[in-house]
Design a protein around this ligand. Structure first.
Ligand SMILES: *Cc1c(COP(=O)(O)O)cnc(C)c1O
Length: 388
């Protein structure tokens, strides 16, 4: 039996998979098990920051795997310290907590916010304000933090202490804070799964000010927007705000599972010994991969991300059926007219292009290192599909 049939027999059916069995890849080119060539505008949902099997990344990861693959957090290992130092030197962070996924990083961030508030104000000041149409993960608590009703079924009872307001509604935000018992505000600066929806700068400024005035923690979920995706190391740099906590995951490891909580001044020492932990967190192989991603993500590459995003946007806007393009850098959402996004993505795959959807939009998250030749090839496939 082939992989697809055995997958259906043995794997829990949580994903409705598309008909592509990936065999290998290089850069933004994926080769199917049948030998077909695909241009990858997905990076595995923003994960493969340096594309498939980047030689520097492969050397960093395989070198570390051959040296020391794991030792418990009960002892010191170098790669996690190297990575934390890189993150602290290049962001607002004073300290870092390592986890293994986006949901786990958000769990860590939520725990840090509640613990900070507990330490200063005692029990009861635990409510986190989150946004309608957000997405923060699949654990019970991160589902509870997610502002979409479809995620609030089957798994009752959910975690208490989340209050939802519409993105952009500063009045509702102020009222939610005045409702009392609040310890923090959680937001994605560009809602990713929600449909590539950037927040207004005025709203983000208001949220940051309310947090400052009320000693609330500003928590930014940069699981998708972080690590250069939008043309800055962190998307919050575009907004000119300094959060108290930021979560990272997807693009951080360049293809290996890793999550991180960036802890600012207020929360640097909030999570003390025994308060939080993770067996795999800070795994040396994952951290070696992430260090390579960060070293490569210099000012020149970040500039390229912005330029390539502008290049793609300009060309996509000139295609048939395209109504608008939203997003920043290489995180782009395309609104179509007269063609459903799922139908378009399936047709793109038939035309040799791996592309994502987010709600009613086509979503592009190509590798940050994608070449202009690869972009042109992918855009050619997209044009063919949209011309049908
Ligand atoms: C993907 C995503 C998550 C969840 O990450 P996992 O690694 O799947 O747990 C959380 N927040 C945002 C903004 C995401 O895009």
């Amino acid at each position: 039996m082939g992989v697809a049939q055995r997958d259906q027999q043995y794997i829990a059916p949580t994903y409705a998979r598309s008909p592509l069995e990936a065999a290998c890849g290089a850069g933004a080119v994926c080769t199917g098990a049948d030998g077909r060539r695909y241009i990858d505008f997905s990076s595995g949902i923003g994960v493969n920051s340096l594309g498939f099997c980047d030689p520097g990344w492969v050397a960093a990861v395989s070198g570390q795997a051959a040296k020391l693959q794991h030792l418990s957090n009960l002892y010191y290992t170098g790669p996690m310290v190297d990575l934390a130092e890189l993150l602290c030197k290049r962001t607002f962070a004073k300290k870092v907590f390592f986890a293994n996924s986006g949901a786990e990083a958000n769990e860590g961030m939520i725990k840090a916010a509640r613990k900070y508030s507990f330490d200063r104000y005692g029990k009861g000041r635990h409510t986190i304000i989150s946004l309608v149409n957000s997405f923060h993960g699949r654990t019970v608590t991160t589902l509870s933090a997610t502002g979409q009703d479809v995620f609030h079924q089957y798994f009752d009872p959910f975690t208490e202490g989340f209050r939802f307001i519409p993105a952009g509604d500063t009045g509702a935000l102020r009222a939610a804070v005045e409702g009392g018992g609040v310890c923090g505000v959680l937001l994605e600066l560009i809602q990713g799964e929600g449909g590539v929806v950037p927040l207004d700068k005025a709203f983000v400024d208001a949220a940051a000010a309310l947090c400052r005035e009320n000693d609330l923690l500003l928590m930014v979920d940069e699981v998708q927007t972080g690590v250069g995706r939008t043309g800055r190391l962190l998307c919050c740099e575009h907004y000119g705000v300094t959060p108290d906590l930021v979560s990272l995951a997807k693009g951080l490891g360049g293809g290996l599972p890793i999550g991180a909580v960036l802890l600012g001044e207020k929360c640097a020492d909030t999570l003390g010994p025994g308060v939080h932990g993770s067996t795999f967190g800070g795994n040396p192989v994952a951290c070696a991969g992430a260090c390579e991603v960060l070293r490569r993500l210099d000012g020149a590459l970040l500039c390229e991300v912005e330029e390539k995003g502008a290049y793609i946007t300009e060309r996509v806007l000139a295609m048939p059926r395209v109504k608008r393009v939203d997003g920043k850098g290489l995180m782009l959402g395309v609104t179509l007219g007269g063609m459903d996004s799922k139908t378009a993505a399936a047709a793109c795959l038939e035309h040799g292009l791996i592309i994502l959807t987010a709600k009613e939009k086509l979503r592009m998250l190509p590798p940050l290192t994608i070449t202009y030749a690869e972009i042109d090839e992918g855009l050619q496939s997209l044009r063919e599909v949209l011309s049908q």
